[in-house]
Ligand binder design. Sequence first.
Ligand code: ZN
Length: 278
Amino acid sequence: MKKLIAAATAFLALSGMQAPPAQPAPLQLWRLDCGEFQINQYGAFFSDTFQYPEGPKTIVGSCYLIRNGSRYFLWDTGLTDRLVGRSFTTPAQTLKLKRSVLDQLKDINVRPEQIEMIGISHWHFDHVGQAKHFPNAQLLIGKGDVDALKADPPADKDSKEALAHWLEGSGKLEATIADKDVFGDGRVMMLTTPGHTAGHNALLVRLASGPVLLTGDLYHFTEQVANRGVPPFNHNRADTLASMDRFDRIAKNLGAKVIIQHEQADIAKLPAFPQAAQ
Ligand SMILES: [Zn+2]
C-alpha cells in the first residue's frame, strides 16, 4: 500500500511538472495622441540633400501605452501638456496638443502610479514633455542621450528640466547601452538605433496578432524610408543610415508592421484610442 501511495504521489508530482506552461499574460498596445506640428519648410527641415520640396507639412506626435498583464510601460511622453488648449509658434513650426497623456489614461482607467516604466526614444522636447507626471516610474533611455543632457552645456535645457527628476537621482534611471528587454520576457524590446541622437532607440512589440515596430524618430514620415531623408539636425549621419538599415532588416525578417510615430497616415495602422491592439 505504501508503495502504491508513493507511486501515485510521484505520478501526481510528475504530471504537475508536465502541465502545459501558463498562457503568457495578455499584451496590449494603445496609441495616445501626443501632439501636432505644422512645419513651415519641410524640405529644409527633414533632408540634408534637398530631397523634398519646400512647403508646409503637418506631422503628428504619438505616445504608446503597453500593458503586459498588470504591468504598464509608456513609450515616449510627447509635447509638454502646458500646450493643451493653446498653440505655440516658432519661425520653423506651430505646435499643438489636444489632450494630455494623463487625461487620455483616465479614459482607460489607468492611474499614473500604475505606470511602472517609461521608455524614451530620444531626448528631444517632443518626446519628454509629460514624463514628470510619472515620478514613480523607472526611466529607460539610451546612455548617449543621458550624457547629452548631462553635458555642460546640456543638449537642451527644457528637455533636461523635463527629466530632471531622474537625471538628478530622485527617480530610478536605467541608461541603456544595448537593446533592452523591457519586461524580461522578450516581447517588448528597445532597439538601439543611434544617429538621430546618440542614444536613440526604436521599439519592438511582439503582439499576439504580429510584431509591431515603433520608429522613434529614425523616420518622421513615409517617404524617408525609401529615399533615406536625413534631417540636417541629426547627431550623426552615418549612424542614422546604419540604424535605418538595421531597422529595415528587422522589419523584413520579422514581417513587422512599421509605425512611424510622427506620420499622420500611420495612426490608422493601430486601433483608434481607446481601443488597443492585442
Ligand atoms: Zn520627434
